[in-house]
Design a protein. Structure first.
Length: 170
């Protein structure tokens, strides 16, 4: 099974300039996904990373792996238009090779554990068969509504209420 960009947009809330996958070329439910990212000099991060020597930031390579994993996770959620897949951890990240304009990243994500609300995946990004980056990613499925923002506000209220009187006065 493959997905074009329009189908990917149906799964992910990300849009330019933060959508990091262009096509899905392999998809095995609850097991594996393979996506492609065509790296272009026109991407905004290359203006400053690094002028004259453009290198795709490693965190964006990891983000591409996470977005591919999010499609895999969200494909199992019936009301996915009301959900987000968010990072909860990045482990064992290794950067083996620079990613530069003109490269095509092949992003492979294999499920290590899968639940309806959380997952752990092994991600690997390659260029011409050579590993550029690998990491273990964990994520959680959360509501995409104002309710999720409300729980963040409650967490900050708890933090504020636990502050010392002099910190609270600031």
């Amino acid at each position: 099974m493959t997905f074009d960009i329009q189908e990917i947009l149906g799964f992910l809330p990300h849009r330019y300039p933060f959508l990091m996958i262009d096509r899905i070329i392999e998809f095995e439910r609850q097991k594996r996904i393979v996506a492609l990212k065509n790296v272009s000099i026109n991407e905004p991060h290359f203006q400053g990373h690094f002028p004259g020597v453009p290198i795709m930031p490693g965190v964006l390579v990891i983000e591409a792996m996470a977005q591919a994993g999010a499609v895999l996770m969200l494909s199992e959620i019936p009301d996915r238009e009301n959900k987000l897949a968010v990072f909860t951890g990045i482990d064992n990240a290794k950067f083996r090779r620079s990613v530069v304009p003109g490269d095509q990243l092949r992003i492979e994500v294999d499920v290590l554990s899968f639940r309806t609300r959380a997952g752990r995946m092994a991600g690997r990004a390659t260029i011409d068969g050579k590993v550029a980056c690998e990491a273990t990613l964990t994520c959680m499925i959360v509501p995409r509504t104002a309710e999720a923002k409300g729980s963040e506000a409650k967490a900050s209220e708890v933090t504020a209420s636990e502050a010392t009187p002099s910190e609270a006065a600031r």
